[in-house]
Design a protein around this ligand. Structure first.
Ligand code: QUE
Length: 361
C-alpha cells in the first residue's frame, strides 16, 4: 500500500472536526477506480477506525456525472495483456477493502449523485448509510464487458427483493433512486443541494441517523417495485436458458418489456451470464460477505485469463463499436463443465482476506 498522500489529486482525503472526508476527484474518468485511488482510501479507513476523534466518514465525489463508474477496466484490459499478476493484485486489494468496509463500525456515509456502478457500488454498499441524490443511477453492468457482478454483487444483489437482484445482475439494467431505495441499496433520498448540510453535521459529530432521517424525502413510485411480480416469475427460472424461454414466451401487458429484456440479454456475454447466474444463487445462500468474496476471486482470476473480458472492454470502451464477438457465442455452447471450471478452487492462488483486527491496530 502506498502512502496516504500519493496521488492525492485523484482522491481528496482530509479530517475536519469529527469527520474523515474522502472525495473522489477524477470526474473526466467518471471516478473509475484505480489502484492509486484504492490504496489511500483503504489506508484512511484503517487509520480512522482507531482515531477516537473521528466520529464517522463521508465518502463523496466532486460534482459531475458520476460518483464512481466502476473499476478502471480500460486500464485493466491493458494489464490483462501486460501483467496479469498486477491485475490480480488490484482485485485482491479491492475485495480486501470491501471486507474492511463490511467490518468497519463507525458511521460511514456515501453521498451519491450520479453513476454508481460496479466498483463504486463496492465502495459504498458496505457503509452504514447510502444517500441518493436526484441524479443517482445504479447498475452492475459487468455482463456487458464479459465479466460478472463482483465487489460482493453476488452477495448483495440476491438480497434485493425477490428476483430483482438476479434481473439487475444478469441484464446490467440501470435503476434510479426510487428503485434503489426500494431495494435497500439507497438508505436515504436527499437532493444534492443538502449534501453540505450532511457534511457539516458529520463534522460536528451529530448523530447520523437523526440528520439523514430528517432530510430524507419520499422518492415516489418505483418502476422496479411495479415490475417485481413479472421479474420474480421470470427470473426464478432455474437456469439462464430457463429465463430466456420464459421471456420469449411472455404475452400480454409485459410482452414488450420481455422482448426488450431478452434482446438485451442476447447481447451480453453468454459465459458471463451462466457464471453470474450460478454465483448469484450461491452468493444468496452464503452467511458472510467474506465467503462470497472468496468465491468471487476465483471467478475473477478465471475471467482475467479467459478472453471475454478483454473483448468486452474493447467493444464497450476502446473501439466503442458495441459489437463484442463472444466466445462461446451462444448460451448452448457454454457447458456446465466450463462453468464448473470457473468455480474450482485456486490452490495456492486463493484470495486470503486479512482479519480486520490485523488491519486495524
Ligand atoms: C461495464 C462496466 C464498466 C463500464 C462499462 C460497462 C465499468 C467501468 C466503466 C468506465 C467508465 C468510464 C471510464 C472508465 C471506465 O465502464 O466497470 O475508465 O472513464 O468502470 O459496460 O462494468
Amino acid at each position: 500500500m502506498s502512502e496516504i498522500s500519493t496521488n492525492a489529486n485523484l482522491v481528496l482525503i482530509r479530517e475536519e472536526g469529527r469527520a474523515g472526508l474522502i472525495t473522489l476527484n477524477n470526474p473526466k474518468m467518471l471516478n473509475a477506480l484505480t489502484h492509486d485511488m484504492l490504496a489511500p482510501i483503504h489506508a484512511a479507513y484503517i487509520k480512522w477506525a482507531s482515531t477516537p476523534r473521528v466520529y464517522g466518514i463521508v465518502l463523496d465525489a466532486v460534482p459531475g456525472r458520476a460518483f464512481c463508474a466502476g473499476g478502471d477496466i480500460r486500464a485493466m484490459a491493458q494489464l490483462i495483456k501486460s501483467d496479469l499478476a498486477v491485475a490480480e493484485q488490484f482485485f485482491r486489494d479491492e475485495y480486501q477493502h470491501n471486507w474492511a468496509l463490511e467490518c468497519f463500525t463507525k458511521p460511514n456515509v456515501s453521498l451519491i449523485n450520479g453513476f454508481v456502478m460496479g466498483g463504486g457500488a463496492g465502495l459504498s454498499r458496505y457503509g452504514t448509510h447510502r444517500v441518493a441524490g436526484e441524479n443517482f443511477v445504479f447498475a452492475m453492468p459487468e455482463t456487458k464487458i464479459g465479466f460478472f457482478p463482483d465487489v460482493g454483487g453476488t452477495y448483495f444483489l440476491p438480497r434485493f427483493p425477490g428476483e430483482t437482484g438476479m434481473y439487475l445482475g444478469l441484464t446490467g439494467a440501470s435503476i434510479d433512486r426510487a428503485d434503489a431505495y426500494c431495494t435497500g441499496f439507497a438508505t436515504h433520498c436527499i437532493d444534492s443541494s443538502q449534501f453540505d448540510l450532511i457534511r457539516e453535521a458529520m463534522i460536528e459529530g451529530s448523530p447520523v441517523d437523526a440528520v439523514l432521517d430528517g432530510l430524507h424525502r419520499n422518492p415516489g413510485d418505483a418502476n422496479l417495485a411495479r415490475m417485481q411480480p413479472v421479474i420474480d416469475r421470470i427470473f426464478a427460472a432455474d437456469s439462464v436458458e430457463g429465463v430466456m424461454s420464459r421471456l420469449d414466451a411472455e404475452s400480454g401487458v409485459h410482452a414488450h418489456w420481455a422482448a426488450e429484456t431478452a434482446a438485451n440479454l442476447r447481447q451480453r456475454c453468454p459465459l458471463s451470464l451462466k457464471v453470474a447466474y450460478r454465483a448469484l444463487r450461491e452468493g444468496g445462500n452464503m452467511e458472510s460477505l467474506r465467503d462470497d468474496l472468496h468465491m468471487e476471486y476465483r471467478l475473477t482470476s478465471r475471467f482475467l485469463r479467459g478472453g471475454t473480458m478483454y473483448e468486452g472492454v474493447r467493444a464497450a470502451l476502446i473501439d466503442k463499436d458495441n459489437k463484442p464477438v463472444w466466445q462461446p457465442a451462444e448460451l448452448s455452447e457454454v457447458s456446465d463443465a466450463m462453468v464448473d471450471a470457473y468455480f474450482a478452487p485456486l490452490g495456492d492462488g486463493e484470495l486470503e482476506l486479512k482479519d480486520y483486527w490485523k488491519l486495524v491496530v
